[in-house]
Design a protein around this ligand. Structure first.
Ligand code: FE2
Length: 334
């Protein structure tokens, strides 16, 4: 019998290892427009303009590109005890992290979860001045807040079941009669806090950051084009079928993928339906039927364990969506 899960509020921040902190600052701060809450010798702590807490993203100098952890905020300090007990009962390695080890974050619980990711749960956080209406400061894509983690897992159904046991709701899927190819799950009342892409895993597929308006998605593309950095635009801009979001995917100097994402919808009604997309519907990944570039399916960021060592990759356990699904390459007779 699984123990009660911690009451998770939302996806809160991620820590990425980057090989050149100055280049990373150029991309994330100077171009994308993130706010620097704190900078030290080895790391940058960044947030969006709407963010309440200290940071949405830590960029830490590392030997090779990696995702160190994915952090969720919980509702009360008591949820840290629930998180520790929940993961201990699953047989996961856990660690208590004292307040202040991560600047701006109180005591935390970390765990190596059943999917192979290092996840963190925290309640207390420093609240820096909010910059919601500092329009004078906004730059680049004008990121507002972290929206979601998209993770690559070998078995999407197992990932769905684990996150359901953590209390996440299901908003949308890509599937056919036999296979769950992808799923979107939420705690906050939007389409997702976490989504699963099938593939060799565990890997981080992308971090999704919310912008308020579609023109901010277009503006960052124009900025990258003007600087002859157009190769950083991997996929889009476009309209997703799943989530209805307007999007673009970019790659940072280490290859970490970031999505600028806007205009998804409210999922808080208790009888909110699950939207199920056929893997053969070419509108599911791009509502206009545009092809998904193969690198989007195959490339992703390795993840680290609690000690900062790379996690071994397990091969995909199910048919690959890129081979089964229609992605604009198959056009019906016009
Ligand atoms: Fe996304």
């Amino acid at each position: 019998m699984p123990l009660p899960p911690p009451d998770i509020v939302r996806a809160a921040y991620a820590e990425l290892a980057v090989t050149d902190l100055d280049r990373a600052r150029w991309f994330w701060v100077d171009l994308l427009g993130f706010v620097v809450t704190r900078a030290d010798q080895d790391a940058l702590y960044l947030r969006g303009y709407d963010e309440l807490t200290h940071h949405n993203l830590i960029l830490r100098r590392g030997q090779r590109p990696a995702a160190a952890r994915l952090a969720y905020r919980v509702r009360t300090a008591a949820d840290l005890d629930l998180a520790e007990a929940f993961y201990a009962a699953l047989g996961s390695r856990t660690a208590r992290v004292p307040a202040g080890v991560t600047p701006g974050v109180g005591e935390a619980v970390r765990a190596e979860d059943p999917l192979g990711f290092t996840v963190e749960f925290f309640f207390a956080a420093e609240l820096p001045p909010r910059l919601q209406q500092r329009y004078d400061l906004r730059r680049g894509a004008e990121p507002a807040r972290l929206d979601h983690f998209n993770i690559v897992v070998p078995d999407v159904r197992a990932a769905y079941q684990y996150y359901a046991s953590l209390g996440f709701g299901l908003s949308e899927t890509i599937e056919d009669g036999d296979t769950l190819y992808a799923a979107w799950m939420f705690r906050k009342q939007t389409v997702h806090d976490v989504a699963f892409t099938g593939g060799d895993g565990p890997r981080l597929h992308h971090l999704g950051f919310f912008a308020h308006e579609s023109h901010q998605v277009l503006r960052i593309c124009d900025i990258l084009g003007a600087l002859h950095e157009e190769a950083r635009i991997e996929r889009g801009p476009g309209r997703h079928g799943v989530s209805n979001a307007f999007y673009v995917y970019l790659r940072d100097p280490d290859g970490h993928r970031v999505e600028i994402y806007t205009s998804d919808y409210f999922t808080g009604d208790p009888d909110h339906p699950v939207l199920r997309w056929s893997v053969r519907d070419p509108r599911r990944r791009d509502f206009w039927g545009h092809p998904v570039i193969p690198s989007w399916y195959t490339e992703a960021t390795p993840v680290l364990d609690l000690d900062g060592r790379p996690r071994p990759l397990l091969p995909e356990q199910q048919p690959a969506e890129v081979k089964v699904g229609a992605d604009g390459f198959t056009s019906p007779a016009l």
